[in-house]
Write a protein that binds this ligand. Structure first.
Ligand code: ADP
Length: 974
């Protein structure tokens, strides 16, 4: 996005060398509008075009790629550029994309009736966050403008602890009237902003800066009139929306953010006063929802997939909605999964019932697929922007409601007893669950509104409501009389040709009409002699003459008069009908909410049936007292779990179980591409799905309710602009280690890989220990640092899982099956070969691995299975890294780490699917003997480093260099 050079759009049109009083009246009017909308680009209606003048014209010409013309008048010569009003959308979109706000200066009086200059006013300011034009909005997504205000009216930002100040956040979707308000500390608000992803953010005077954590979903931030954030102004501003606003908000900052965002929304909608369709200002507490920050949303690919299939996201996998309302609702739900166990169960009940009742479900889906975007329609109605077609769309949507209610209620009689998902039950579908019953009750039929529209508005009305033809016959007696007069007049004219031919005996006589002269009788020159006396000549053509008669003239006036009056009356009637519909805004919005929810639930049910999802069993809500202590019954238990997105792409997806006691840390090892990430994400996605109200892709699942979900993916998987990836990885890790608790689920995927092996390993281990010892979080930790697997022996609730592969004739096949215990080998060499690393390198690496393994076995034979031959004191433990760190405790740790390395084959010995060199090692590690390092000398740290080489991610040159490095170390040691 190009930054807007707003000065080109300010004040007196720049680039014109005239004094104010020398401007033509029109330019002067333009200059006034520009001055009143300094931070916007004013587009000025001249007939069928929106024009910009002077430098603004250059901007419009450049951004919209339209011709720059020159205008000359008494003011002088100046540039001008215009866009056609009836096809303005693509041009407006270009301007918004380029960062401009656009003020539409419309003609607000009839040009024909104006005496002198037509009056113009800014009717709307279009900004990225407040567009309401359907052409400029994506259907089925929300479009918010948000405001942030900090607690305390300034002056506090320098005080200690200022970063803990509460920040208020308010967001409004002007196209639908939805308004959300919340508050929290800076981090919480940053997280909410990431979730809401507003298109625009306006910042209060002392509000902290909020940068989008994801540039692609970013917002533009700008300051707005500081006064709008003032407590008193905000209170007054909110009064039409909420009684006693000062008592409605917990935090002052909420009130001020809400007041400001509403002020801004009003400003963009032409300052006509309160926005009557903003009827639902909803306060919420982020803690009432599963917290899922932008990093988690990103790495779980909930809404975006950075990989190949850009549409392979969880949202796409779930989205079987039938209308824009449902789509937006599902998106909201998925961005904010629930944490209240009863509320979650209630959604599960409804999904379960809709899944069972396939006939009813399909009936509901069919009916909903004809629903229009009621939220946006009603907001247009209420803004006075709806045309007759909009009202007809509204009517068609309302007409669906009785049908829906009947479908939900069944044709009568009791519900069938079947509860097989997607089973053969096709009986009547009386809602059995409270949730569906409640929804059904909320389906307001709005009969009066439906009948009003149907009786008033033509079935296929023209686009323009000023043109006539929008009101149905029979709705208004006066209108019908006028239309009758008009019709009779036209019929009389239509019959005139025949009667005049007869009267005059001129067979070629014809009756016609044109814009300038109105009706006429045309006679060819040859017949002019026969023209009767009452004919008055109107016009002479090449071969004929045109006449009128007094009676024709009279009839014409009658027709035109009646038509004009009818059009005007129709307009008034239409506006009146629209206002009567607008008076029901709140009820219509209530219906829209119910339809949206019903659609989202239907979609979840359809997915559950089509993809064989199962209803998750919920354990009771999070136990606040857990505080690090572990409730062994409280964990994640998934049988045959699948990844909802990957399973759609993989022909034969291998389901896996997960058994994660509360507060446990699963260390997951295995070669690259063996399925570690997919597995971890399946678990997290099951949690997200379950708490969204969805069923989950598994054979059976019992889940606790988590309150936060964190994910951190190793730096090499995630390229973010600006910050060094490792720095970013660490700051995200920091956030997790600060905020995670006993009710958090944490996914760490290859943490620490963004730096030197030694450091990375140390960080990974320390983080795992902290998660376990201090936070009591439930965590899945995928790592290629095999040394981490011995944590299982040292920590009560740490256990190992690994992924297996088979080798046949030197080829590796991943089984994608998770098994208990630690992985014995990284399979790196085989993966390297699969990846195309040249043969000699692979061969040499194999030799090296064999040598290391032999070496290791030799040492192990000498010093017992737990090894310890590689005590740091021998100097074998990567002296480079130790020197660099210069840290005694880290060195000690590394020594331990190195001694643990050799033992990781142990737990896996029972896995028959793998032939491994260490598979015969029957003893689990006994770490208390780890210091028995007398038989020093073997460079087993070398083994660790060799194993840790991530060959699949190396270029051949990098691999060669690494090998060379290792080789020289072998030589040194030897
Ligand atoms: P890792 O994290 O171990 O490098 P991934 O989880 O990224 O591996 O998995 C690599 C690929 O393997 C995935 O893109 C997917 O195509 C496939 N895969 C992973 N898990 C499974 C599974 N359970 N069944 C089938 N294919 C799988």
């Amino acid at each position: 996005m190009e930054p807007a050079d707003r000065e080109t759009a300010t004040g007196l049109p720049p680039g014109i060398a005239a004094a104010r009083e020398e401007l033509t009246p029109m330019l002067s009017q333009y200059a006034d509008l520009c001055a009143a909308h300094e931070d916007a680009l004013v587009l000025f209606q001249v007939g069928d075009f929106y024009e910009a003048f002077c430098e603004a014209a250059e901007t419009v010409a450049r951004v919209c790629e339209v011709t720059l013309t020159e205008r000359s008048d008494s003011t002088g010569d100046y540039p001008m550029a215009g866009i056609p009003i009836d096809n303005a959308a693509p041009y407006l979109e270009s301007l918004l994309d380029a960062g401009y706000r656009v003020a539409l200066g419309d003609q607000v009086e009839d040009a024909e009736q104006a005496s002198g200059l037509v009056d113009r006013a800014v009717t709307e300011v279009i900004t990225p966050g407040t567009v309401v034009e359907d052409d400029l909005l994506e259907s089925g997504t929300t479009n918010y403008v948000a405001a942030v205000a900090a607690e305390g009216d300034g002056g506090e930002s320098d005080t200690p602890g200022a970063s803990d100040r509460r920040v208020g956040l308010a967001a409004v979707d002007v196209s639908t009237g939805e308004c959300l308000v919340t508050a929290g500390d800076r981090d919480a608000v940053a997280g909410e902003l990431d979730r809401i992803a507003p298109a625009e953010l306006i910042a209060g005077p002392d509000a902290p800066a909020f940068e989008p954590s994801d540039a692609e979903r970013g917002w533009t931030t700008h300051d707005y009139d500081a006064d709008a954030f003032d407590r008193r102004t905000a209170t007054e501003r909110l009064k039409p929306y909420l009684p006693a606003p000062e008592r409605r908000f917990d935090a002052d900052a909420e009130l001020r953010a809400a007041g400001a965002v509403i002020a801004y929304a009003e400003y963009t909608q032409g300052d006509d006063g309160p926005l009557s369709y903003v009827t639902r200002i909803r306060r919420y507490d982020p803690r009432d929802r599963l917290r899922l920050d932008a990093a988690a949303q990103r790495s779980l690919e909930l809404f975006e997939n950075r990989g190949l299939g850009a549409s392979d996201t969880l949202f796409d996998a779930l989205d079987e909605t039938n209308c824009a309302l449902g789509r937006r609702c599902l998106e909201r739900w998925l961005r904010r999964p629930l944490v209240d166990a009863d509320a979650i169960r209630s959604r599960h009940d409804a999904v379960g019932e809709l899944a069972d009742r396939s006939l009813a479900r399909e009936g509901v889906a069919d009916a909903l697929s004809t629903a229009y975007d009621l939220e946006r329609l009603v907001s247009r109605v209420s803004r006075g922007r709806a045309d007759a077609r909009d009202l007809r769309s509204l009517h068609r949507t309302l007409a669906v409601v009785p049908e829906l209610k009947a479908t939900l209620a069944g044709a009568g009689g009791e519900a069938g007893a079947s509860s097989e998902p997607g089973g053969a039950d096709e009986g009547p579908a009386l809602p059995r669950t409270d949730h569906l019953r409640d929804l059904r009750d909320r389906l307001d039929e709005l009969t009066e509104v439906r009948e009003l529209i149907d009786g008033a508005v033509a079935v296929d009305p023209p686009q323009e409501i000023t043109e006539g033809g929008v009101i149905r016959e029979g709705f208004d007696g006066d209108l019908d009389d006028l239309r009758a007069t008009e019709r009779e007049g036209r019929e009389w004219v239509a019959a005139l040709e025949a009667s005049e031919r007869e009267r005059t005996g001129i067979d070629s006589l014809s009756v016609g009409h044109n814009q300038v002269h109105g009706y006429y009788i045309e006679v060819t020159d040859a017949n002019v002699e026969k023209v009767p006396d009452d004919y008055r000549r109107r016009q002479t053509l090449k071969n004929s003459e045109r006449y009128v008669t007094p009676e024709l003239k009279e009839r014409e006036e009658e027709i035109v008069g009646a038509a004009e009056r009818a059009d005007a009356l129709e307009y008034d009637l239409f506006v009146d009908v629209r206002e009567r519909v607008a008076a029901e805004t709140e009820r219509i919005q209530g219906l829209a909410d119910a339809l949206a929810e019903l659609d989202a639930l239907t979609s979840l049910a359809a997915v559950a049936v089509a993809r064989d999802y199962v209803r998750p069993e919920l354990r009771e809500g999070p136990d606040a007292d857990v505080g690090g202590a572990v409730d062994p019954a409280g964990g994640v238990e998934i049988e045959g779990g699948r990844h909802p997105v990957v399973e759609r792409a993989e022909e034969s997806f291998v389901p896996n179980d997960a058994d994660l006691p509360r507060g446990s840390v699963a260390v997951i090892t295995g070669p690259n591409m063996s399925g570690k990430s997919t597995y971890m994400r399946s678990v997290a996605l099951a949690v997200v799905l379950a708490q969204t109200g969805s069923f989950v892709p598994a054979q059976a699942a019992t889940l606790p309710v988590f309150d936060r979900l964190f994910t951190r993916v190793g730096a090499s998987d995630d390229i973010a602009g600006g910050q060094s990836t490792f720095m970013r990885e660490m700051s995200e890790l920091t956030e997790i280690l600060h905020d995670a608790g006993a009710d958090s689920l944490v996914l760490l995927d290859e943490v620490g890989r963004g730096t030197a092996t030694t450091d990375g390993r140390a960080i990974a281990r320390a983080a795992a220990e902290f998660l376990h010892d201090e936070l009591g979080a439930t965590a899945l930790f995928a790592t290629h640092y095999h040394g981490l697997t011995d944590l299982a022996d040292e920590r009560e609730r740490v256990f190992n899982l690994h992924f297996t592969a088979t080798r046949e004739d030197g080829d590796v096949t991943f089984l994608h099956r998770v098994v208990p215990g630690a992985s014995s080998s990284s399979y790196g060499v085989e993966v390297a070969e699969l990846a195309g690393v040249p043969g000699p390198v692979v061969d040499r690496a194999r030799d090296l691995v064999a040598a290391e393994e032999a070496d290791r076995r030799g040492n192990a034979g000498g010093a017992g299975s737990e090894g310890g031959t590689d005590d740091g004191a021998t100097g074998g433990a990567d002296p480079d890294d130790a020197d660099r760190d210069g840290d005694a405790s880290l060195r000690e740790f590394l020594a331990e780490e190195a001694s643990g390395e050799r033992d990781e084959g142990g737990p896996e010995a029972g896995d028959p699917s793998i032939e491994t060199p260490t598979g015969s090692d029957p003893e689990p590690p006994a770490n208390e003997t780890g210091e028995a390092g007398a038989a020093a000398g073997a460079p087993s740290d070398l083994t660790a480093d060799l194993r840790d080489l991530d060959l699949a991610r190396m270029t051949p040159i990098e691999a060669l260099n690494a090998l060379h490095d290792l080789q020289s170390r072998v030589d040194d040691d030897g």
